[in-house]
Design a protein. Structure first.
Length: 260
């Protein structure tokens, strides 16, 4: 008597083979912010650093008005660095002279932008940069609001001369340092939230490539030959080809040899 083969249980797809089930169950790429310092602490850094810049800036300006106004240039490093007192109605390099009130509005807008950006901060580097920028902007804005000749038209006290280039103050130094730091952070691809956006793009591209590979694996499995021992299935159209009976599978191997 021929032995009747026991029905074979379906074998679940192996996730390592890239089956359809593995693709559907594969977790999506999780790209989360990697913030190393609590945002509240970073905001505190910005506020404290800005306060220190304002304090140093205003103290040095008070000293300059008391000690340098009306005096001749004091050379520190020859012609490269000197102390020369001026009252600047414009911006750096004398730009915007005669439009002090416009500069006041521009600086105010910049300060508001910085304050709004502090809610997204997630990087120590950006905390330092924003602290310097905020302190420098507020230091010069205080002069424009409270110094002569009047409200929003005050002249900024400058006293640090850099050769024949320009004369500035401590607030200007902080603004320039902040600009350099922001440029470096931007080149490195570090956003204000502390994330390297270049790395995120690479991760997304890698995830897309992996998904494409898994999709290719599914297509290949659909045309694979049946494994040994699996029941053979024939399509209805197979009966119209050849001389055999439609839907009848040909049996070969030891099992077929038992029949006489």
């Amino acid at each position: 008597m021929p032995s009747t083969p026991s029905p074979q249980q379906p074998v679940p797809a192996d996730p390592s083979e890239g089956g359809a089930e593995a693709v559907s169950a594969a977790p999506a790429t999780d790209v989360r912010p990697r913030t190393t310092v609590a945002p509240r602490r970073l905001v505190l850094w910005v506020v404290v650093l800005a306060a220190l810049v304002i304090l140093v800036d205003q103290v040095t300006k008070i000293w300059a008005v008391a000690e340098l106004e009306g005096r001749e240039t004091i050379e520190l490093l020859g012609e490269w660095l000197h102390l020369t007192f001026i009252r600047n109605e414009g911006a750096a390099l004398g730009i915007g002279s005669g439009y002090t009130w416009i500069l006041t509005i521009v600086v105010t807008v910049v300060i508001v932008f910085i304050l709004r950006s502090m809610r997204k901060i997630g990087s120590r580097g950006w905390a330092v940069a924003l602290g310097l920028l905020l302190g420098g902007a507020l230091g010069n804005l205080i002069d424009r609001i409270f110094r002569e000749p009047g409200f929003a038209q005050g002249h900024v006290v400058d006293f640090i001369g850099y050769g024949d280039l320009f004369i500035g103050n401590v607030a200007d130094i902080a603004v320039v340092a902040a600009a350099v730091m922001i440029a470096i952070l931007s080149v490195q691809g570090i956003g204000i939230d502390g994330q390297r956006h270049v790395d995120q793009e690479r991760e997304q591209e890698q995830a897309k490539d992996d998904a494409d590979e898994h999709g290719g694996g599914v297509a290949e499995r659909t045309v694979d030959a049946p494994e040994p021992g699996a029941p053979t299935q024939t399509s209805p159209s197979a009966g119209h080809q050849g001389s055999g009976t439609a839907g009848t599978a040909t049996t070969s191997g030891p099992a077929a040899g038992t029949e006489s």
